[in-house]
Each structure stands twice: as structure tokens, then as C-alpha cells.
Design a protein around this ligand. Structure first.
Ligand SMILES: C[S@@+](CC[C@H](N)C(=O)[O-])C[C@H]1O[C@@H](n2cnc3c(N)ncnc32)[C@H](O)[C@@H]1O
Length: 265
């Protein structure tokens, strides 16, 4: 196993606790809101979800918030420890499957199924080595008239990255590829896995070239991580996250970019 894979296994047992705070819960709810908006125009009910790099299933936890509590759910991840945690949390949920596979080598078509909704959230898409190839594969397994996609990648020119570059006088902080430790993880024994940082332009272009439609990129969390003054409740957090989005029309300045697209015009 490579060091990179070990990082994900090691972080799995504490993963949920890293995000058990009002700001992270507000982020989860805002992403669930984005999914609800995305699938609002679906011709048919969204009945199947593929979650690539699903981790411990934070998005499975969110399905009731976007009206898909009963949908079939297939989660894939490189880390068996993450998947085990997901299965423990959702032991009684029916219509739930997990597969251990590397998103960079596994051919999604092996799943032999088409999905209404494909997700890859909270940075998971930042571990994809060839975004265009990946999105082309995803297009193949999205339903033709009812397929939707939401993926999230770390933003290359986030306020934090630009600030770190200026403060440390080191251009590596705005590199497109560099090792990165999860935002709330204080583990200094690892440099973190090799991570790809994206721009709204690069994501839009890849989605367009993959033949997807209704492409949109939004930002998530611009300044809230950088101030000592974090929201005290989930309600305050979601309000602040919505306001930031309205006030700052440049998604690239945010921590995470959210790409949404559909497989129909
Ligand atoms: C930041 S976590 C996000 C987890 C989940 N999507 C969420 O919203 O909480 C990134 C996940 O991507 C997984 N991952 C990293 N590289 C991968 C790869 N090459 N193939 C499949 N999963 C991978 C990690 O194991 C980890 O669970």
C-alpha cells in the first residue's frame, strides 16, 4: 500500500469528528441544498446515487435533506476503513452497496448500471488524476435523460492559498498539484496525499469537453475558515455561507469548488 492510501485509512476513524462542528454541518447542508436544486429539474424521481470517494458516507447521511432518503446508494472508496465506517453507520439501511476501488484505475462501466445522480464530494474529485477522462467515464454511466452530477474539488486560488503564498513567500501554495492534509486535521506526521487544486475555468472546460450540459460552478466557504470567529450554530453557519456566496461573485476565492452538470440539455 502506498503512503497516500495509508493517510485515508489512518484518518477514517476520526473523519466524522473532524467535521462535527457547526461550520462543517452548515457546509453539508448547503451542498445538500445544491443537490436539491440540481435534481429539481429531473424528469423522473432520483432513485439511484453513485458516490465516488464516499468516505464514511457524509453524503449518505445527507440524502434525507435532498429528498433521496430511499434511493439506491452505491458508495466507492479507496479506503476499506472508510467504507467499514460507512457500513457501521448505516447497518440497517436497505439498498446500500459499497465497493473498494481506486477511482483512477477502476472502469466505472464495470458497475453495469446507470445512475440518476453521481456525487464526488468534499475534495474527493481532487484525487482524480485525469479529470476529463473521469468525467467522460461518468457521462457513460449517467442516465441519458435523468443523469445529474455534483463534484467538489479544492480551489487552487482560494483566499487561504493566496494568503499562505504571500505570508510564507512561497509560490507552492498556489500550485495545481501538491500534498495536502485535510483542513481540520492537525496530524503533522504526514504531508498528506498528493492533491489536485482546480479553477472554475478548468472544471467548466472539462465538463464541457466531456459532453455534459447545464454546467455551473459555485464556491463554498470563502472567509469563514480564515477568521477566529467561527459560527456558533449550524443555523448561523448556513446563513453565513449563503451570504458569502451572494456577496463574492468569484467562486475561485472559496475553499471548495462545486461543479454541477446534467446529462441532458
Ligand atoms: C476528503 S474525503 C471526502 C469523503 C466524502 N466524499 C465526504 O464528503 O465526506 C476524500 C475521500 O476520497 C477517497 N479517495 C482518495 N483517493 C481515492 C482514489 N484514488 N480512489 C477512490 N477514493 C479515493 C479517500 O479515501 C476519502 O475517503
Amino acid at each position: 500500500m502506498m503512503d497516500q492510501d495509508r493517510y485515508f485509512d489512518a484518518v477514517a476513524s476520526k473523519y466524522d469528528s473532524l467535521y462535527d462542528n457547526p461550520l462543517s454541518q452548515g457546509e453539508n447542508l448547503l451542498v445538500a441544498e445544491d443537490i436539491a436544486v440540481l435534481i429539481h429539474s429531473a424528469a423522473n424521481k432520483v432513485q439511484s446515487i453513485l458516490d465516488i470517494g464516499c468516505g464514511t458516507g457524509l453524503m449518505l447521511d445527507m440524502t434525507p435533506h435532498f429528498g433521496c432518503a430511499d434511493a439506491r446508494y452505491v458508495g466507492t472508496d479507496l479506503s476499506e476503513t472508510m467504507l467499514r465506517r460507512l457500513r457501521e453507520k448505516h447497518a440497517t439501511r436497505s439498498n446500500t452497496e459499497t465497493h473498494r476501488c481506486d477511482m483512477n484505475t477502476f472502469d466505472l462501466r464495470n458497475l453495469k448500471e446507470e445512475f440518476d445522480l453521481v456525487l464526488s464530494t468534499f475534495g474527493a474529485f481532487s484525487y482524480v488524476k485525469d479529470p476529463l477522462n473521469f468525467l467522460q467515464d461518468v457521462k457513460h454511466i449517467l442516465k441519458k435523460d435523468n443523469g445529474h452530477l455534483l463534484v467538489m474539488a479544492y480551489s487552487r486560488f482560494s483566499v487561504q492559498n493566496i494568503w499562505a503564498r504571500l505570508k510564507q513567500q512561497n509560490p507552492k501554495y498556489t500550485d495545481a498539484v501538491r500534498p495536502y492534509v485535510y483542513r481540520n486535521d492537525s496530524d503533522s506526521s504526514s504531508n498528506g496525499p498528493l492533491t489536485r487544486f482546480h479553477t472554475s475555468a478548468s472544471l467548466t472546460e472539462a465538463a464541457h469537453r466531456a459532453g455534459l450540459h447545464r454546467i455551473s460552478v459555485k464556491g463554498l466557504n470563502f472567509f469563514l475558515d480564515s477568521t477566529g470567529n467561527k459560527p456558533a450554530s449550524t443555523e448561523n453557519a448556513i446563513k453565513a455561507l449563503r451570504e458569502e456566496r451572494l456577496q463574492i461573485p468569484l467562486p475561485d476565492l472559496s475553499h471548495s469548488l462545486i461543479l454541477t452538470a446534467s446529462n441532458y440539455e
